[in-house]
Structure formats: C-alpha cells, structure tokens
Design a protein around this ligand. Sequence first.
Ligand code: ZN
Ligand code: FE
Length: 251
Amino acid sequence: MGLRIERIPTLGDNYTYLLICEETNQAAVVDAPETDPVVKRVQETGADVTKILSTHHHWDHSGANPDLAERYGAPVFGHVSDADRIPGFTDGLEEGDTVTVGNQTARILFIPAHTRGHIAYVFDDAAAVFCGDTLFAGGCGRLFEGDPGMMFEAMQKLGALPDDTRVFCGHEYTESNLVFAAHAEPDNRAVAEKLERVRRIRSDAAADWHDATPAEMTIPSTIGEERATNPFLRADTADELGQRRAAKDSF
Ligand code: ZN
Ligand code: FE
C-alpha cells in the first residue's frame, strides 16, 4: 500500500497527475490546466480528492484549479510568494514545509528559476518528485524569471535526491530534449541509448495527446537516469548551464 500515481495527458503535451493514497483513498491533483480529463480519471479511480497542488503559476499548470477546488471542496497549495498568481490559491508552502496526501507526505523544495515561485513536491517514501517545469527528462525549463545560477541551484537540489527517485515533470518534451542533449554531449552513450529508446516509445504516439496511453509516455524518468543523460543536471557550473540553456533556446 503506497502512493498510486495516475498520469493524465492534458492540453498538447502537459502532464497532470492524480496521486492516490492507497490506504485512505485520499487524493491530490498536481498541475491541472483542464477539468474534464481530471474529473474523468477521478471517477474511474473512485479517488477522494482532498487537495490541489501547484508547482508554479503558469496557466498550463494551474488553469483548472478554481474549477476543481470548487467541485471537490479542496484547498489549493503553491509557493507562498505566488498567492496572487496561482488561480484558486488558498495555502502557502515554503522550502522545508510538508503537505500530506492521506498517509503519504511530501516535502517542499523551493526551486525558483523557470518562475520565481516554483516548488517541487518530494514524496520520499514513494520515491517520487513532482518538479513541474524546472527539471524535465533530458532538459530544464526556460529561465523566465530566474538566471542560470538559480537553475543551477535547483538542479543541485533535485540532483541530490536518491537515484531511484521517479521524476514526474510537467511536459512530454523528452524526445526533443534528448536530441539537444546528444548535440551538447555527442560522446555520451547513455544519451544516445535513451534517445533511441524514447524514439521507439514515441514513434506510434496517438495523434491527440489526450488519447495517450502509458505505453507512449516517457515519464517518469528517474534521478539516476537524469544524472546520466540530462545536460543541465550534468552541467558543472552555473556558467555551463547558462551556455547550454542559451544554446537550446536557439536550437
Ligand atoms: Zn511553466
Ligand atoms: Fe508548462
């Protein structure tokens, strides 16, 4: 009995997650931009949604918060600094705080860079991190409200998690990220091998992402895989990360 993690494809390439405590049936929704696919999955699973969790304020991660909060009578969590930007916000979180989903506990990492109020939810017992648009499989988020030094620090925090921690990020960007990774590190065998594997997984993807099945999803990755393949997590300095981020922006 642990934490069941349902991956719900939303919009064009977003991941929304439904986390269900298998002991209590209490559940949380992470990063929902659309209501219907979430409600459908909640009905299918019979989960009892008690919390809405946001990694950051961007609309494609939080647009459905008010709707879902009203439907389930659930509070909406996000970084305390984003009280005015996260739709439906009710409860502020900071680094070191914890939030529970039934009997499962997440601790909060403050990882500003993509946005200045970005957080990650780390479920240590379940070996899972929900990191929004900061760490992607094979990549990292754009620096909309932060600088390379901030993203480097975020990568240090996430990279310090155990290798077997599963990485649940905000988008299915893995294939294009790894194409850049292979360009950034042409001699990295782990990158070449993962790119091949990911291309196979994605080759018969559904035309509409909403119809995607688990077989065509490359998420979750793991921290161990990212340490071997992610050119941003692997950058030795903030400068190197910044150079790679700038190169990818125009890749
Ligand atoms: Zn974002
Ligand atoms: Fe996003």
